[in-house]
Design a protein around this ligand. Sequence first.
Ligand code: NDP
Length: 449
Amino acid sequence: MNAAENARLEQFMDGLQRRNPGEKEFHQAVFEVAATIIPYIEGHPKYEEARILERLTEPDRIIIFRVGWEDDEGNIRANRGYRVQHNNAIGPYKGGIRFHHNVTLSVLKFLAFEQTLKNSLTGLPMGGAKGGADFNPKGKSDREIMRFCQAFMTELYRHIGPNTDVPAGDIGVGGREISYMFGQQKRIVNKFTGVLTGKGLSFGGSQVRTEATGYGCVYMMEDMLKHVGESLTDKVAVISGSGNVAQYAAEKLISLGAKVVTLSDSGGYIYDKAGITMDKLDYIKDLKGKRRGRISEYAKEFDVEYFADKRPWEVPCDLALPCATQNEIDEKDAEKLIKNGLRALSEGANMPSTAAAMELLQKAGVLFAPSKAANAGGVAISGLEMAQNSMRIAWDRDELNRRLREIMTNIHAQCVEYGATDEGVDYVKGANIAGFLKVADAIIAYGVM
Ligand code: NDP
């Protein structure tokens, strides 16, 4: 970046921070994008003249609401619900709902901003949004979860619709929660529409949606390796998380011949040196999905090491797939990964690497797929769930698998087109520019609004 571009970046970020005080996750996500978009804009002044960066970093609308519900003891509880409708320039708002005690407006604004560029990268007509609540589902009974989901939807329903805004799952929101919310929305509006994605297969859900984010994240890694003449075979992979994304990233890696040696949760990580097999993965799916247990139980069951309160980045590996949460790889973790010979990293979670970690990894020559490209497979199949719902048809698994593979290959190709440098492909730059252009051109076409 030259001095003029640097000055423009500083001036832009000063303004953004002034307008959004204290929202550090949002600042971080915007900075990562602006640092690659500003140099591009210098050569394409129409985006600067139309003030696209300023407009694209101001959400279309934010809805904040109270969610009142009753727990099993009869206590009245109040949580805060949100929906950030970030941008609908290229399609209806689309993005997940997160239930986690650390949900804040800053976290949801960063996720909605990222979602806008990610959805654009899929090539499907979807805008960007994100929502959620500071509700902690851990330890809640099934009935409490149901009452909370119903109360959340009793407010949210008036702001969403199949052509307006189509939420989906995210951390703490899986098939069970989507079903409760979909049922409540259907009951209030008395219409059966594709207003949420990630639904059950018997009521409008799509094949391959559950697997799509994890599988897509591995496809992205496979394509990066293929681009430099390498493959996944016999590579040792370290994965964080043990939820939806982590489970299916592990499944796809194992089936493509890599060896997965770790999984984690918020309590710590397990290190299975012999490699996690498909049978052991079935145990994890049951443990985390049905029994809602802790990853430490895996260590006892299979007699492997468990490291409490630690993250798996200290384990020697060729491949790293952070699939838990934001900012889970910091500078120190990145240093350890590089020292241990990391070859490629594909971000399953949203913004799991801090800015400093990302810079270190890229400088060290690690193939680095940022989340907006690497985890776009989930929302891509959600987009196809919307298409199937509109047409009132259901494609089969093979068809959806084929489409997912094709979409990920296309995302990789866009990253190469816009991110090629003398040293190789800068996937961060490529994903940012390719995602930005489609949305920016639509905003310009609509005139000033
Ligand atoms: P799940 O709720 O299924 O799993 C989340 C996993 O991450 C759990 O193992 C959880 O552990 C762990 N985790 C959550 N917070 C923390 C934390 N602060 N520290 C350590 N571990 C933590 O969520 P998903 O798998 O759906 O989502 C994981 C990531 O992928 C998120 O960043 C999400 O935004 C992103 N993503 C998900 C998509 C999807 O289709 N599901 C699509 C695109 C992105 P514990 O059980 O202890 O809570």
